[in-house]
Ligand binder design. Sequence first.
Ligand code: AMP
Ligand code: MG
Length: 315
Amino acid sequence: MITARTELLGDDPAGLSRAAEILSAGGLVAMPTETVYGLAADARNDMAVARIFEAKGRPRFNPLIVHLADAKDAQLYVAWPDMAQKLADAFWPGPLTLILPLRPEAGLSPLVTADLPSLAVRVPAHPLARRLLQRFGGPVAAPSANPSGRISPTEARHVLDGLSGKIDAVVDGGACPVGVESTIVGLTGRPTLLRPGGVPGEEIEAVLGQPLEHPSPDGPISAPGQLRSHYAPGASVRLNATELKDGEILLGFGAVDCALNLSATGDLTEAAANLFGHLHALDALNPNGIAVSPIPETGLGRAINDRLRRAAAPR
Ligand code: AMP
Ligand code: MG
């Protein structure tokens, strides 16, 4: 199926029922979530899931997160240890993804898991995502709605900038409130932080009552969001900048003189919500480079620094 025109749908009942209809027909719909916009397709439909990889130019070895309307639905698709229940009780709906052993009889397209024996599941909190998932009534595979490797979309127009004509529709739900992707915790062995994200690792450790393991940076890639170069704007990115070099513009944090500020008051929640939008906006100015102020490595700062390090990595 080749999509000539991408429909822009409103956040009203008509928009959501059109979005659900497209999903049922095997189409692709970008939907707002509290983290970033997700590119949704029916996770049971091979053709639909294949179209996600095509539209994004995403490598087939990079598995997708399955989004569900309700925590109790997760047990249809994955084995469900006590630790999963504890984390779901504490953080779902919300920006936490759990990796659990796949139930092979679950009926999901093998493209979703890139043939891995594990599956990533999440129950998003955004009211529009929840209403769309309820209306559609099935599991939805949804990576971020951007060309693979580029800056993640936190507004409908970012989605259109990257994927217009390649997907069937976008539901416009305004700006994403959290602004960075979900935290990914692996529960197929000892609990492991595979990707920092919208729920700070410290809060997860407090609920589990034990520290999270960290995958070795030299080990095999278990979550390809770990790819070193990712989230990249067109311009080069330089971190921990306290002064500007020739032709650079500053993405600030705290009380600094800058082109755009992630948070003038040094608030990490505000900074996460602004991160990708500000990167999109600065990149559109075609600067020689984007310099970024130092950002503390605590709480949401870990997810922000993780994305910035990948945006700055050699490509
Ligand atoms: P995104 O592209 O932002 O949707 O990120 C999805 C992330 O979840 C990627 O880093 C994937 O590699 C990771 N992921 C999805 N499924 C699995 C899985 N079964 N095991 C490990 N990581 C996974
Ligand atoms: Mg992504």
